[in-house]
Ligand binder design. Structure first.
Ligand code: BF8
Length: 658
């Protein structure tokens, strides 16, 4: 065992499984991101956005007496450039994912990818409508070919406006047009960000940041939204599904395959292949009872939402899962995959299998995915995992598991609120107007070992529901919530009385899991429809809503945060500010953006303060709408009623695990 100072795992996480596995890592001398975060302090200059490395006269560090770079670029210019480069990279990642989904749809519709089908024809026809593709009297394949081609055209569009911009409320579109920030083409805005931030180009911070808004919108109302829609067309629009979470979902007597990354194209096929009798028999021939799938990061969310596959853990759990010694293969594709997993896997029998032509990892086994022979490749991956089962050594699976209900697409939310004859957001608006629901918040985003793992995520969600704020969640926040049982209907007993009444009436948890990070666009659709439904103003910025990414770390999180702000949702990012070095840029993205797009972009490392500010913001929006002042004692005050008086949830069984 390596000689090292024993740290206190409890300060690193609030997840007991992670505590247990960090102890094991320490005992076995295995390096994890938690330990590396302790050993590698962030560069204080880059951390605050004061480092410019866009040319080789530098990098210029704008600290102390140095207030400008060699070219004369000011702190404001450098800070703004750095921020919008984050947006460009985040938007590129989401949108390239969306592009791949469009290619898969095209190949599925033409029969070139026979393992994929159009599972949701209703959604296909709805998307066709948004993309001006005629659908009446045409076969689903004909429509799908055109939908895929128009979608691909949106990436390379040079002029005009992205078609999905029309899905935003009219008033919001006007704001964007007036500011000149309607995205013209998805790729175009990313390229223009890189161009503008090249040495000697755009040097007015405010002007630079305006393009940042446009670039982020190209992600939210472009690449990401297309990605979600096409995933639904190919794999089905999610509806409620019960499943489990955390490491207790691993099985000692089965071949454990963990799917990690982001694109559902491969993972959906692996799920299908895992129940193929030939593959199951093969697993049995190696001494296993079967194949047990689980997921990490957003792939986990994708296959949970549609297939009920358990969530093993969020971003910071990926290395720790391997330490169980119980995983035969960790199959990865793109994004949020730590290079560190290969080194951890060297200590155990786990095979890391990379699959994307875009992402190889030195030391991993590469089985390249090709949608044209998807099932064959999925089976070959599973056989590789099965072959590894006899190599297992000692296994340590923490006996902790929680239950969850996920699958809340915006389509399902409209259906559950309005019923099949009148799918609608009207009841949501009515509940907000009546003050039963004080407001709504999206709590999303990553893990970051610079803060106590899952703590800010869960604190914020619990405080919000306690204060009658309905929460929608995606990404790694959703997984954090799942692991704490916050995605179960029983949690309604811990929320404010008004919100509880609404949850009881509909039979939903107060925290709704809406999917992966690209599925944040489902939240955009909810707020857009809520704003146009009537009674809560005319624009998204009128709504009593807020956004949070309490443990953000990725460029994608910045892009998401900014497209929410550009859409009118004031958003609080945790951890720290990448533009802290420039008071002027900080002012521009807070007060400045509030004036321009009606919403501010805050970086607030104190999550307690962030919640207080967000609740005050929600109340101010209620006041501006002339709604009745929120009161926590207005609803459900009858002392004769206790939850469970009339109805015993345990007898119902709808949410219980199989
Ligand atoms: O896209 S929340 S750590 S997994 S970046 Fe990554 Fe962040 Fe998790 Fe999904 Ni999103």
């Amino acid at each position: 065992m390596a000689e090292e100072k024993r740290s206190e795992p409890t300060k690193k996480t609030i997840d007991p499984v992670v505590v247990e596995m960090l102890e094991k890592a320490q005992d076995e001398g295995v390096s994890t991101a938690f330990r590396r975060a302790e050993e590698t302090k962030p560069c204080p200059i880059g951390h605050e956005g004061n480092c410019c490395k866009n040319c080789f006269m530098g990098p210029c560090r704008l600290v102390g007496k140095t207030t400008v770079g060699i070219c004369g670029a000011t702190k404001e210019t450098v800070s703004a450039r750095n921020l919008i480069r984050w947006i460009a990279a985040g938007a590129a990642a989401h949108s390239d994912h969306g592009r791949d989904m469009a290619h898969t749809l095209l190949a599925a519709a033409t029969g070139e990818a026979p393992d994929y089908q159009i599972k949701d024809e209703k959604k296909l026809r709805a998307v066709a409508h948004y993309l001006d593709v005629p659908e009446e009297g045409r076969s689903k394949e004909e429509v799908a070919v055109d939908v895929a081609k128009v979608a691909l055209g949106e990436f390379g569009r040079q002029e005009g406006e992205l078609l999905y911009v029309r899905r935003a409320p009219a008033k919001r579109q006007e704001i964007w047009r007036k500011l000149g920030i309607v995205p013209r083409g998805i790729d175009r805005e990313v390229v223009e960000t890189l161009h503008r931030t090249h040495i000697g180009n755009d040097q007015d911070a405010e002007h630079i940041l305006l393009h940042g808004l446009r670039n982020a919108l190209a992600d939210g109302w472009g690449g990401s939204m297309l990605s979600t829609d096409i995933s639904d067309i190919l794999f089905g629009t999610p509806g409620p599904v019960a499943a489990s979470s955390n490491f207790g979902s691993l099985r000692e007597d089965e071949v454990n395959v963990v799917i990690h990354g982001h694109e559902p194209t491969l993972s959906e096929l692996i799920v299908a292949a895992a129940s193929d009798p030939e593959i199951v028999e093969y697993a049995k021939s190696k001494g296993a009872k079967g194949i047990n799938l689980s997921g990490i990061c957003c792939t986990a969310n994708e296959i949970l939402m549609r297939q009920g596959v358990p969530l093993l853990g969020n971003f910071l759990a990926q290395e720790l899962a391997i330490l169980t010694g119980a995983i035969e293969a960790m199959v990865v594709d793109i994004q949020c995959i730590m290079q560190g997993i290969v080194e951890v896997a060297e200590n155990y029998h786990t095979k890391i299998i990379s699959t994307s032509p875009k992402a190889k990892i030195a030391g991993a086994t590469h089985i390249e995915f090709d949608e044209h022979k998807a099932m064959e490749i999925a089976k070959s991956i599973l056989r590789t995992a099965i072959d590894n089962f006899p190599n297992r050594g000692e296994v340590h699976i923490p006996d902790i598991q929680d239950r969850l209900v996920a699958g809340f697409s915006h389509e399902y939310i409209a259906y559950m609120l309005g019923g099949s004859l009148r799918e609608s957001f009207r009841p949501l608006n009515d509940a907000i107007m009546a003050g039963r629901i004080r407001g709504a918040a999206g709590v999303v985003g990553c893990n970051n070992p610079r803060v106590t793992h899952d703590d800010p995520h869960l604190y914020i969600v619990k405080e919000l529901i306690k204060n009658d704020v309905l929460v929608v969640t995606t990404g790694c926040n959703a997984i954090a919530c799942a692991k704490q049982g916050l995605l179960t209907p029983e949690v309604m007993d811990h929320c404010g009385p008004g919100l509880r009444e609404v949850c009881q009436a509909i039979g939903i948890p107060p925290v709704l899991h809406m999917g992966s990070c690209v599925d944040n666009t489902r939240i955009l659709t909810v707020v857009a429809q809520s704003a146009t439904e009537g009674g809560l103003g005319e624009d998204i910025s009128d709504l009593p809503v807020a956004g949070f990414a309490p443990e953000w770390m990725s460029e994608k999180a910045i892009s998401i945060g900014v497209y929410f702000v550009a859409s009118g949702v004031t958003t609080w990012m945790g951890v720290g500010s990448p533009v802290a070095g420039s008071a002027e840029v900080t002012r521009m993205i807070t007060e400045g953006w509030k004036e321009k797009v009606g919403a501010a972009f805050y970086f607030e490392p104190d999550h307690r303060k962030a919640v207080e500010e967000a609740l005050a913001h929600i109340d101010a929006k209620r006041k501006a709408l002339k709604l009745e002042e929120y009161s926590p004692t207005k609803y459900a005050q009858s002392k004769t009623y206790l939850p469970g008086d009339y109805y015993a949830p345990e007898k119902h069984g709808a949410y219980s695990l199989k």
